[in-house]
Design a protein around this ligand. Structure first.
Ligand code: TPP
Length: 343
């Protein structure tokens, strides 16, 4: 059933299970923001091939998922999930390697930046931003169950737009029928590219959809990182306990264009100046200050800047893949040549 209220006690219980989750959230969010600002400037400098898509304004919701997962779990991140990836333990240098095409990167410089993954860490490479990862994650969870593994959870994300695709529907429906330990975190950021919510779906709140799938639903203010931690942490806990799929809907606003090629001028100005348009980084900084962690925050930010600068410098000197030495290319060429010969 869909619940709109936040059960703070349950949220607290799950946060106690982790060691200082808000520090982990802060670090993941700061590292993601600093890294993405850097990637945007590298894109403008023409140093990145392909698109750059940022999670600006969505770091709190994303980080909560990564931080709530543990070793043995599965994360299927989307294009706005840099903070979740870092919270789950993807090395920041691997992200830089993917964007700059380093041969030493997780995809060996062969694949597009946002499609990177690392199965050894439980991170699935993204197939598509539009719902495909719901069924991919459900499939991995089903396989783990068949292998008699225990206590694992899989988490993936979806944008508001993705919730209206066939892939999303089929994936979540099967996960519900199978009662899989799947958490789907919907970042309702108001727009699917430039299409606003009221041109995408006719229900009042995406949380209403949880009921239709027969899964538990949780709503959260996605601009409030402490609330995100409590609600997403609780959803992960529920899935781990065997309560079946969990749908989390975080309301927030995308604080950038769809990608760095898009100025996002269509984003409603009133929405930008409303609570929905708050920057979760500023909200978190104030939350950390009120916990007496202002100095730590400044240190974490400085450390993030140094780490990002160091990673970019290091990766800039790494080799790119050489197409004439790559087996995969040769195999593709041989295959194509054989196909032509066979007619
Ligand atoms: C099947 C499919 N249709 C369309 C696209 C192009 N596309 C990529 S992202 C996107 C909008 C996604 O909106 P939403 O799910 O709300 O996520 P957001 O970008 O807001 O995070 C579109 C139309 C695609 N990649 N795949």
């Amino acid at each position: 059933m869909a619940t709109r209220t936040m059960d703070r006690e349950v949220g607290k219980a799950s946060s106690q299970a982790e060691q200082d989750p808000m520090e982990r959230m802060s670090r993941a969010m700061l590292r993601a923001r600093v890294l993405e600002d850097k990637l945007a400037s590298l894109y403008r400098a023409g140093r990145i091939v392909g698109g750059v898509y940022l999670g600006r304004g969505q770091e709190g919701l994303s980080a909560a998922g990564g931080v709530a997962l543990r070793k043995g779990d599965v994360l299927a991140p989307l294009i706005r999930d840099m903070a979740g990836r870092l919270g789950f333990g993807e090395p920041l240098v691997d992200a830089v390697r993917a964007y700059l095409g380093s041969k030493l990167g997780p995809m060996k410089g062969r694949d597009g930046n946002i499609h990177r993954g690392d199965l050894s860490r439980g991170i699935l490479p993204m197939i598509s931003h539009l719902g495909a990862m719901v069924s991919a994650t459900a499939g991995v969870l089903l396989a783990k169950r068949m292998k008699k593994e225990k206590g694992f959870v899989g988490l993936t994300s979806a944008g508001d737009g993705a919730t209206s695709t066939g892939s999303f529907h089929e994936g979540l429906n099967v996960a519900a029928v199978e009662k899989l330990p799947l958490v789907v975190v919907v970042a309702d950021n108001g727009y699917a590219y430039s299409t606003p919510n009221d041109r995408q779906f006719a229900c009042t709140d995406l949380l209403d959809r949880a009921k239709g799938y027969g899964v538990e639903g949780h709503g959260v203010d996605g601009t409030d990182p402490e609330a995100c931690w409590e609600v997403v942490g609780r959803a992960v806990q529920r899935a781990r306990e065997g309560a079946g799929p969990q749908l989390v809907v975080g309301r927030l606003l995308r604080l950038c264009g769809h990608g760095e090629h898009d100025d996002g001028l269509y984003i409603d100005k009133k929405m930008k100046s409303s609570d929905r348009g708050r920057d979760c980084m500023e909200v978190l900084r104030d939350q950390m200050k009120s916990r007496g962690l202002g100095k730590d925050w400044d240190r974490w930010e400085k450390e993030a800047q140094e780490e990002v600068e160091g990673a970019v410098k290091k990766v800039a000197e790494e080799p790119l893949p050489d197409p004439f030495e790559e087996d995969w290319r040769a195999t593709a060429m041989v295959g194509a040549a054989e196909a032509v010969q066979k007619g």
